[in-house]
Design a protein around this ligand. Structure first.
Ligand code: PMP
Length: 453
């Protein structure tokens, strides 16, 4: 593909921004303190503003556009479906919904063969938890402190990220535990094997003290994303699976971020050799071209609702436009070897490139990831591993990360920055040349972080 050179139109940009500031109430923001950049267009790995600046998208728009921006096959499928049938209530059988469910079920691990469609990730988590509670007749759900599961009622309580704190008053039935993370080990472990063993023992002890008969589910991100892309140690997820089986607990893997190619596989669960009872997905299923998410359900849990109605669903569940875009996305990803590309670029270009960058910069404490799912953990000091900014820093305390992000943007790179980390999460379609261009810009911008070590 060729990338159109952006035509500058600052006056149009100003008008877009003025209307935004007058009437758009933005998510997760102090309305008076934000300065949203007006965007004119996007294609492939890039998007551009009205001032003629083009950005290489190393954020994938909240780790979402796995197939890149404006993939022609997906755009055409949405247009075609719009001409045929835009909307229909969830109770009917529709060709694109049946086909999307089949394509997803064929790719999800094990016997996760029934697909419940939602409008996004948080709603998938809400329904997975509801299914687990109804299936087991138990109430509690265990989730990891270092996690993000969404912003609706149950999903935000399960989330460990500090964005949970203002909503903690309604966290009935949610218990948090520590997942494995060797670089900042909650268990003072020194090896991956120790971290794995101690994390499993901690989880088992948590269950014992909560009462195994009251625990409906354990929910984990297969590879925790927003919280720092912490690739689990070998054996951890298999150990959790075994614990769940022993106590009759439903194992939910949240692959809203990790799924559909991000880790270099259709689902990360396969890379770690585990099959959960429920798997939540969204984002990459259709790269968010139309809102879509869902829950893949095991045969056993699906059977619970054979004669007993499942109490959940929304007007737009399994929306035809969204399902048509999922069918086109999955087919294009298969035809164009996009998942394989994510694996190869990660292994051959991004991983080695980031490790070389880490050598050069005192601010880079650790490089972790796989596929097109990487994080740089930025530190004040490589020996002590003290984070470059304090946990959940805002305002002046977060200045080092803000300066780093600004340096990226000046270099034509749109970064994903969270706390003391920058995540390298480009589209799964990224080319070797684009990845190298982004790594060069990142390398330069990290000088701004080094200044704070
Ligand atoms: N689970 C995970 C692992 C996520 O990363 C996210 C979104 N970042 C969600 C759930 C929530 O998805 P959504 O924003 O589509 O509701």
């Amino acid at each position: 593909t060729t990338h159109p050179s952006p035509a500058a139109d600052p006056a149009a940009g100003s008008a877009v921004k003025a209307a935004d500031r007058a009437h758009v109430f933005h998510s997760w923001s102090a309305q008076g303190l934000i300065d949203p950049l007006p965007i004119a267009g996007a294609e492939g790995s890039y998007f551009w503003d009205y001032d003629g600046n083009r950005y290489l998208d190393f954020s994938s728009q909240l780790v979402n556009t796995n197939i890149g921006h404006q993939h022609p096959k997906v755009v055409a499928a949405i247009q075609e479906q719009a001409g045929k049938l835009c909307t229909l209530a969830p109770g009917f059988a529709v060709d694109v919904r049946s086909e999307a469910a089949r394509l997803i079920a064929e790719r999800t691990p094990g016997d996760l063969d029934k697909i419940f469609f939602t409008n996004g990730g948080a709603e998938a988590v809400e329904n997975a938890v509801r299914m687990a509670r109804l299936h087991t007749g138990r109430a509690k759900v265990l989730s990891a402190y270092r996690s993000y599961h969404g912003a609706t009622a149950a999903a935000i309580n399960l989330t460990g990220d500090p964005r949970r704190w203002p909503s903690d008053t309604a966290s009935a039935g949610v218990v948090h535990f520590w997942g494995p993370f060797l670089y900042r080990s909650p268990f003072h472990a020194e090896t991956e094997q120790q971290e794995c063993e101690r994390a499993l023992a901690h989880l088992e002890q948590t269950i014992a003290f909560e009462g195994p008969q009251s625990v409906a589910a354990i929910i984990l991100e297969t590879v925790p994303g927003t919280a720092g892309i912490m690739v689990p140690p070998a054996g951890y997820l298999a150990g959790v699976r075994e614990i769940c089986d022993r106590y009759g607990i439903v194992f939910i893997l949240d692959e809203v971020m990790a799924g559909f190619g991000r880790t270099g596989a259709w689902f990360a669960a396969d890379q770690f050799g585990v099959t959960p009872d429920l798997l939540t997905f969204a984002k990459g299923v259709n790269s968010g071209y139309v809102p879509l998410g869902g829950v893949a359900i095991s045969a056993e849990i699906a059977a619970t609702f054979d004669t007993r109605p499942y109490p959940g669903g929304l007007t737009y569940s399994g929306h035809p436009l969204a399902c048509a875009s999922a069918v086109a996305t999955i087919n294009a990803m298969a035809e164009e070897r996009i998942v394989e590309n994510a694996a190869e670029i990660g292994e051959k270009v991004i991983g080695p490139g980031l490790r070389a960058i880490a050598e050069r910069h005192p601010s880079v404490g650790e490089v972790r990831g796989l596929g097109v799912f990487w994080a740089l953990d930025l530190v004040k000091n490589k020996e002590t591993r003290e984070p470059l900014v304090p946990y959940n820093a805002s305002g002046a305390a977060n200045a080092p990360m803000a300066e780093f992000a600004a340096a990226c943007k000046r270099g034509g790179l749109w970064p994903f920055v969270n706390m003391n980390r920058t995540h390298v999460v480009p589209a799964c379609t990224i080319t070797e040349a684009e990845a190298k261009e982004g790594l060069t810009a990142l390398d330069e911008a990290l000088t701004a972080a080094d200044a704070h070590t």
